[in-house]
Design a protein around this ligand. Structure first.
Ligand SMILES: *[C@@H]1O[C@H](CO)[C@@H](O)[C@H](O)[C@H]1NC(C)=O
Ligand SMILES: *[C@@H]1O[C@H](CO)[C@@H](O)[C@H](O)[C@H]1NC(C)=O
Ligand SMILES: *[C@@H]1O[C@H](CO)[C@@H](O)[C@H](O)[C@H]1NC(C)=O
Ligand SMILES: *[C@@H]1O[C@H](CO)[C@@H](O)[C@H](O)[C@H]1NC(C)=O
Length: 455
């Protein structure tokens, strides 16, 4: 018999579920150096950098749905978005991505809030802006991770900015926990700077206090171009530097385009025997074809920005419509991913090993190179970098890096010029017709399940 209490509780229960299970999919968590689904299966990223519109591509539900069809065809299970507007409504897109099993890694910073290598600071206004993005996206189960920065350090003398990245990490993790949000992994996406490798990677993960280290580290690397090999691409060096890493690590951008067509051979290495026990997959740069020529799909040929009247044309490219694969690159990536399905390790087995995981050693300060004192306290909220004795010590160039032919600055500018080129004037293109159909059915089935349990 239904008690009157139970009946009157149903609407309340449904209201509660609406907040908690808007797009119920298994969440992703970081355990040791790996990511796992809730059921204990390891999660490997097959991701795409997705930034159709400079300020927020996750507000146009119809466009997200058109793109998801092609992403699913590729075998994508993650997107990376660099800039979002936390005050916008993301529900339509996030639900559509969730329904396709696609998770979001989102940058908390945007053009005017990012930590700046030339004048590092961690300010209250940055904190407020970062936490607003976290507030917005924590509600979606398919938010897999957040970044406190993308390529903050861009040059070999930029190490003085690293403590500010870590201060942001500390405060975002503390905020997440104080608010009672789930343990959404907090990470950083690094430029591939040979001279700072592996110091930056280790510095951000080395604290024995988990509150003061990243939950994951990721690298934007364009080292593997064309028909390369594990050895000559430089990937063997990346692997050697990451083999004992204590938190998850993956490629947050990859897909060198200097040899055409792109064959994405590096995917077989990342998901292959040499690397798969260390790396959690990769994100391909990028979805839309634009001036930098990294696109997997196109919405049409370039148009002269001077004469374009369509509001969906920005920086000379149409940014809305039916996605047309860029061939043969699209099919090449699809073929690579179709053959790469590592099972990884089961969480229950892995947990037996996590007790022996210890943080990597903190890098010591070296003259003219890594200019961070590992024992110095992290900057506090509101602090900014003052160039002093330490600052002048780091201006001298170093040739000590084992760059093995990597053209770091070129690669860095290739990717960051794209993301900053997106900074050019652009309005918001908000969609006002999100579909709630998925929500309703998930909500109803979850509600019915919960009521059944209750009874
Ligand atoms: C665990 O969940 C993931 C994501 O839904 C799914 O792909 C995988 O097959 C599941 N694993 C098992 C063992 O059921
Ligand atoms: C760990 O770091 C947090 C954040 O800085 C701090 O509040 C806490 O006291 C630290 N714990 C220990 C044991 O040092
Ligand atoms: C790093 O080097 C560049 C180029 O030599 C210089 O312009 C910049 O000021 C240096 N940055 C710092 C923090 O010393
Ligand atoms: C890095 O990327 C740039 C720009 O695409 C390219 O010119 C350069 O050859 C790449 N370098 C390496 C080592 O991959």
């Amino acid at each position: 018999m239904l008690s009157s209490f139970t009946l009157s509780a149903v609407p309340l229960l449904l209201a509660g579920l609406q907040a908690a299970t808007v797009n119920a999919v298994p969440t992703i968590s970081a355990v040791g150096s790996k990511f796992f689904y809730e059921n204990g299966t390891q999660y490997f990223i097959k991701g795409i950098a997705y930034q159709l519109k400079p300020h927020d591509p996750l507000i146009d539900t119809a466009q997200c749905k058109r793109d998801i069809v092609r992403m699913s065809e590729l075998g994508t299970n993650a997107i990376r978005v660099y800039h979002v507007d936390p005050s916008a409504d993301h529900k339509g897109c996030m639900d559509a991505f969730a329904a396709a099993g696609i998770y979001l890694f989102v940058d908390l910073d945007t053009f005017d809030t990012q930590i700046n290598q030339d004048a590092p600071q961690w300010s209250h206004s940055q904190y407020d802006a970062f936490t607003k993005v976290l507030d917005e996206f924590q509600q979606y189960d398919n938010t897999a991770g957040v970044f406190v920065g993308n390529e903050v350090l861009t040059t070999s003398n930029g190490s003085h900015a690293a403590p500010y990245v870590l201060a942001a990490t500390r405060d975002i993790k503390a905020y997440r926990d104080k608010k009672g949000y789930r343990q959404i992994p907090v990470g950083y996406s690094a430029a591939d700077i040979a001279e700072l490798r592996p110091m930056l990677q280790n510095y951000l993960a080395c604290s024995h206090n988990a509150s003061e280290r990243l939950d994951f580290f990721s690298l934007n690397a364009y080292e593997w171009c064309g028909q390369n090999t594990y050895q000559s691409s430089g990937y063997s060096g990346l692997q050697a530097a990451a083999a004992d890493y204590n938190i998850p690590i993956f490629f947050s951008e990859t897909g060198c385009n200097t040899a055409k067509p792109r064959t994405f051979d590096d995917q077989a290495a990342i998901f292959g025997a040499n690397m798969v026990d260390t790396w959690s997959g990769s994100m391909i740069y990028e979805w839309i074809e634009e001036t930098n020529d990294y696109g997997l799909i196109s919405y049409g040929p370039s148009v002269d920005p001077a004469t374009a009247t369509d509001p969906n044309v920005e920086d000379g490219y149409t940014r809305q419509g039916t996605p047309t694969p860029v061939m043969p690159d699209f099919d090449n990536l699809k073929a690579q991913w179709a053959t790469l399905n590592p099972t990884g390790v089961a969480l229950s087995d892995y947990k037996k090993r996590t007790g022996s995981i210890t943080p990597v050693a903190c890098p010591s300060s070296t003259s003219g190179g890594w200019a961070v004192d590992p024992s110095a306290p992290l900057p506090s909220l509101g602090q900014s970098f003052k160039k002093g004795a330490e600052g002048s010590a780091i201006t001298s160039a170093t040739q000590s890096g084992t760059s093995a032919g990597t053209s770091t600055s070129t690669n860095t500018s290739a990717s960051s010029s794209q993301t900053s080129s997106a900074a050019s004037p652009a309005g918001h293109h908000a969609s006002s017709v999100p579909s709630h159909l998925l929500t309703v059915s998930v909500l109803l089935s979850a509600g019915i399940g919960a009521v059944a349990l209750w009874l």
